[in-house]
Write a protein that binds this ligand. Structure first.
Ligand SMILES: Nc1ncnc2c1ncn2[C@@H]1O[C@H](COP(=O)(O)OP(=O)(O)O)[C@@H](O)[C@H]1O
Ligand SMILES: [Mg+2]
Length: 173
């Protein structure tokens, strides 16, 4: 029988994500990629201090082969279609409030909708879970304190447009 963990969850363009256990997922950071484990961890931790929307950071660690890994809470998404329209409206409302709260506190996710010219599911960083919508992947997220007001406000404006596209998708599919 094959060993239970770690097991690959996703082998994406940038990072591989593995299941470390029933409760922990790990994003592997191979050296020489453009993504930076330290800043991704800091952004995740900052969002976690504001509310529960972004997946919870657990720790930074090394795999047995010395690969750097960002360990986070493992999420188990549900299918949107299993929920009544009215329930989805309520779930969306909570999501919108939490996203706006992140913006108000200086965090913008920036990746809730994949650009339409990129292959794959448009909203793959949005997970519907038993406790509502959660966001993963803060790889390109920005903090107001780092990028300044001008860029931050522009990113928020873009995010609200992406949110509106998600609303249409989530409620009408
Ligand atoms: N916390 C998690 N729980 C379960 N699966 C996850 C988690 N984080 C990432 N994944 C899986 O790994 C994929 C890629 O993760 P993501 O952080 O979006 O990396 P990338 O930067 O490659 O887009 C996700 O689409 C999902 O399938
Ligand atoms: Mg992603």
């Amino acid at each position: 029988m094959s060993k239970r963990y770690p097991k690959t969850l996703s082998a994406g363009a940038n990072n591989t994500v593995i299941a470390l256990s029933e409760t922990e997922a790990g994003k592997l950071f191979i050296e020489d990629t453009r993504s930076d484990i330290g800043s991704e961890a800091e952004k995740m931790k900052f969002a976690n201090t504001i509310n529960g929307l972004v997946v919870k950071f657990i720790r930074l660690d090394l795999m047995p082969d010395d690969t750097e890994v960002l360990v986070m809470e493992r999420l188990f998404p549900l299918d949107f279609r299993a929920f009544e329209y009215e329930k989805r409206q309520l779930i969306f409302e909570v999501f919108e409030n939490e996203l706006r709260q992140l913006h108000a506190q200086g965090f913008v996710h920036r990746d809730i909708r994949r650009p339409s010219d990129m292959p794959g599911f448009s909203f793959d960083n949005i997970f519907l879970t038993p406790s509502g919508i959660r966001l993963i992947d803060v790889g390109i997220s920005a903090l107001r304190s780092q990028v300044g007001d001008k860029l931050f406000n522009k990113f928020v404006e873009q995010e609200l447009q992406e949110l509106s596209a998600f609303e249409t998708f989530f409620l009408n599919r």
